[in-house]
Design a protein. Structure first.
Length: 116
């Protein structure tokens, strides 16, 4: 269980740091030529929305009290956990993609069991 949490934590951190979609003018941001310190500076002060199933209080508490606080302290990135069922956030994500809008979903946690 701890290994799974560690993997999730690393993925969340990387996703948040590399997801500059929450910047006000993302059309002006090209991170391909930026070094890591420049990317960290761009990400500082931003908010990332994390959509996923929120039905497990232990996971929710861990994300809110450990992961979000750690990311805020280390990188000044606010993590907003948005608990939704997959049948709610998947259509939302697909609609945003089809409309070509920037959308509000930065990171989605989808388990394999959501596809059965």
């Amino acid at each position: 269980m701890m290994f799974k949490k560690s993997i999730l934590y690393v993925l969340l951190c990387l996703g948040m740091l590399l997801n500059l979609g929450c910047l006000k003018d993302k059309s002006q941001v090209d991170i391909s030529s930026k070094n890591w310190d420049e990317i960290l500076k761009l990400a500082s002060g931003t908010k990332v929305t994390f959509y996923g199933w929120g039905g497990d209080e232990n996971i929710n508490r861990w994300i809110d009290e450990v992961v979000a606080k750690d990311i805020k302290q280390k990188y000044n990135i606010t993590l907003e956990r948005v608990p939704m069922l997959p049948n709610e956030f998947l259509p939302k994500l697909l609609n945003e993609k089809q409309l070509g809008s920037e959308g509000v979903i930065d990171i989605v946690w989808i388990n394999g069991e959501n596809f059965f």
